[in-house]
Design a protein around this ligand. Sequence first.
Ligand code: IPM
Ligand code: MG
Length: 399
Amino acid sequence: MDKAAIERAKEHFGKILEAQMLRMERVKSAPDWIDYGKVSPIKVGIIGGDGIGPFIAKDASRVLHFMLKDEVKSGKVIINDIQGLTIENRAACNKPIPDDVLADIKKYHVTLKGPTTTPRKGDPWPNIESCNVAVRKELDLFANVRPVRVPKQGIDWIFFRENTEDLYALGPYGIEVDKDIAIDFRLISAPGADRICRLAFEHAKKNGRTRVTCVTKANVVKTTDGRFLENFYRIAKEYAGIEIDDWYIDIMTAKLIDEKRRRDFQVMVLPNLYGDILTDEAAEFQGGVGTAGSANIGKQYAMFEAIHGSAPRMVKEGRAPYADPASMIRAASMLLGHIGYAEKGKNLEMALDICGQYEKKLIVTGRPTGATGEAFTDYLMETIRDPKLKSRWEGYVKG
Ligand code: IPM
Ligand code: MG
């Protein structure tokens, strides 16, 4: 037995614990929610990203400028591009976010971000941490909020995926103990579980949702999922009147495809990795990950993005102009709601439903067989401008 390897691993683990205990202090003493009603100007940054990112970001930016044109004119909102969050720059400095880009990001209250390439072992890039994950941790964006709606099928889900803990917290800090054993660490904290569960219940309460479901695998992963679930039930006590239940992740993935049961789910709250997986599955009902947006929310900052990756293959095959910008535009609609323009966000969402799910005058397929992202965005903006947008949407939804 290699005793020295065990000692090295113990020392490494000790350092992890020290860093995480310091993080706990920061989480517990973090300032409270920023009030956008009192912020002027609200600063919005747009990040292109890698692969298809700059293509779909261009369309999303066009939509956002259009939706906020009066506010930008009056100086209430500032929208700027943030440059430099590319895989080439990250590889050059061997960091998930170059320092100057991070400093820039922190100058904005909210960002709308294109997908960024996440290197993995064997890629031509250094195996640095995912930039998405690093931004979430740096800005303490603890909630990844992912709605999936398919009105035709009665699906109206919203997932509250914990965004800073679980296997992601220490993703790059596993231990290659020796040539046989590799270990990663999974971390769930009480303050971490607390704040995500509370946000899910608050959302339910404010939006008239009547049920919140917790998803874990606490029967097997007893310590960490056990803690998550324990906190869920503790927080639930403060929200009498909201129905609660909990499911294991395996059966949950099955129940999402059970037509008789899936409409019953409303708000779901779950640890990071289960949330990552379940939200890709859920998005598929809505038309795929290309149609789903997400909000990474913290008390001070927020970042809005597509739920998918940078699709380098599409770029290589010359298909980037055919990438679907709907994911990032949906993220833009969440951004609007987050900074206090709920009605604008709702209008944009209705236009996305009309163009992408009902009317479908133009369909983006990701290939030259379909429309370009730019043409789809033109169609979308024409739809938003329609003064009868709401009744047109209601007509479709009510069938
Ligand atoms: C997502 C993505 C990211 C994640 C990747 C790109 C690191 O899959 O936002 O769901 O795993 O969180
Ligand atoms: Mg994912």
